[in-house]
Structures are given as structure tokens and as C-alpha cells.
Write a protein that binds this ligand. Structure first.
Ligand SMILES: Nc1nc2c(c(=O)[nH]1)N[C@H]1C(S)=C(S)[C@@H](COP(=O)(O)O)O[C@H]1N2
Ligand SMILES: [Mo]
Length: 196
């Protein structure tokens, strides 16, 4: 598959492309199972667990500070896409609207369609993570997790939950879909944390 769809990165990009990754020429879509269809006006994001339960609507998200992001995207199936451009809400800005009852140690992300993935609190509550609703200046396409997905640029992209619908704040670690099925609980691409 070398050449047309994926290329070996130039050594000058060694600080951008993690070990064992090739550069995707396009930007593949990777979804396990069906692609949910949710209109923005029907989209809801719920928080619960170590937080006062609350439901956010599309307009609630739009009323939060909006930011632009340029981030690299690393899929564990060994392709990376550099300089992906997104627009959305920083996780840290979103969290100002959440009333935590106890300091969480872990979070479990829940998606429309049933997909889940887990993060530690410190991997979640980072300045460079965001809830994306635009990709390359267009509404986030359905296949990309529209209307809203999480993006966690510093970890393998299976952590970047598409069609996000819930954030569960936890004391104990609860593994998500791929993590239960043998993928690493953390997934740092620079450490090649692919499988556990
Ligand atoms: N809900 C949900 N989110 C998901 C997935 C999925 O199957 N379902 N796939 C993950 C994987 S393995 C990757 S690589 C990225 C792919 O995002 P993309 O389709 O925009 O490239 O989404 C992640 N988020
Ligand atoms: Mo992936």
C-alpha cells in the first residue's frame, strides 16, 4: 500500500510523525459499525458520574467560546494526517459549565451508536483537546462524527470519540470498546502504546 494512499514520511518530519506511522495522502474515515445520523437540533451531550447530571444542547455548545485548532491525527492502523483544521470548543472551556462533585481520576466517553473510549482525567482535561463541530471550515461531516466529536490530538485517534453523547466522570478506570478488545488503555503514539 506504499505510494498511492500512504507514504513514508520524510526524516525531517520525525518530530511530527510518530514511529511506525506513514502519511495518509487522503484522510481515511474509520468507523466500527454503523454511522449514526443525528441532526444538530437533536444532538445532546450528557454529563454524569462525579458531576451534577446535566444535558447540553447544540445551542449550549455554540454559546461557549469557539476556537480554531490545527492538529495532527494518528490512527493506530499506522497512518497519520498532519495539520487537520478543526473548529470547536476547548474541553477546558466546556468543563467550566460542569459542576464536579468529586475530583475525577478517569472519564469514559459515550457515543451515539454505542462506541465508548476511556481517558485518564489528565489526558482529558487538557488545553489542546476539543469538542469539534467543523472540519476544514465546513460543518463536521456525518462520517467524521458530526454534529460533534471529541478530538484528543496527543493520543491515537481511537480516543477521538465521534458522535459524542456522554461524558461519565469516574474514580476508577472503566475501559472503552477498543480498550476492552486488547488496545492500550492510554494509546500514546510516541510510545507506540498500541496494544496492552
Ligand atoms: N463513535 C466512534 N468514534 C470513533 C470511532 C468509531 O468507530 N466510533 N473510530 C475511532 C478511530 S479507530 C479513529 S482512527 C478515528 C477516525 O476518525 P475519522 O473517521 O474522522 O478519520 O475515530 C475514532 N472515533
Ligand atoms: Mo483508528
Amino acid at each position: 500500500m506504499e505510494g498511492k494512499f500512504f507514504s513514508k514520511p520524510d526524516p525531517s518530519l520525525n518530530n511530527r510523525v510518530p514511529p511506525g506511522q506513514r502519511l495518509a495522502q487522503g484522510f481515511p474515515v474509520l468507523t466500527y459499525g454503523e454511522t449514526p445520523l443525528i441532526a444538530p437540533e437533536d444532538w445532546q451531550l450528557q454529563v454524569w458520574g462525579l458531576a451534577t447530571p446535566k444535558t447540553f444542547s447544540w445551542s449550549d455548545l455554540m454559546n461557549l467560546p469557539q476556537s480554531e485548532f490545527t492538529a495532527d491525527f494518528h490512527c493506530v492502523t499506522r497512518w497519520s494526517k498532519l495539520d487537520v483544521q478543526w473548529r470547536g470548543v476547548k474541553v477546558t472551556d466546556f468543563l467550566t459549565q460542569v459542576e464536579l462533585t468529586t475530583q475525577p481520576q478517569h472519564v469514559l466517553l459515550h457515543c451515539y451508536g454505542g462506541y465508548t473510549t476511556n481517558l485518564t482525567w489528565s489526558d482529558f482535561a487538557r488545553e489542546d483537546n476539543f469538542l469539534a463541530h467543523q472540519l476544514f471550515a465546513q460543518p463536521l461531516p456525518q462520517a467524521r462524527g458530526g454534529p460533534v466529536r471529541l478530538v484528543v490530538p496527543h493520543l491515537y485517534a481511537w480516543k477521538s470519540a465521534k458522535w459524542l453523547k456522554g461524558i461519565q466522570f469516574l474514580t476508577e478506570e472503566k475501559l472503552g470498546f477498543w480498550e476492552v478488545n486488547g488496545y492500550h488503555y492510554r494509546g500514546d503514539p510516541w510510545q507506540q502504546e498500541r496494544y496492552s
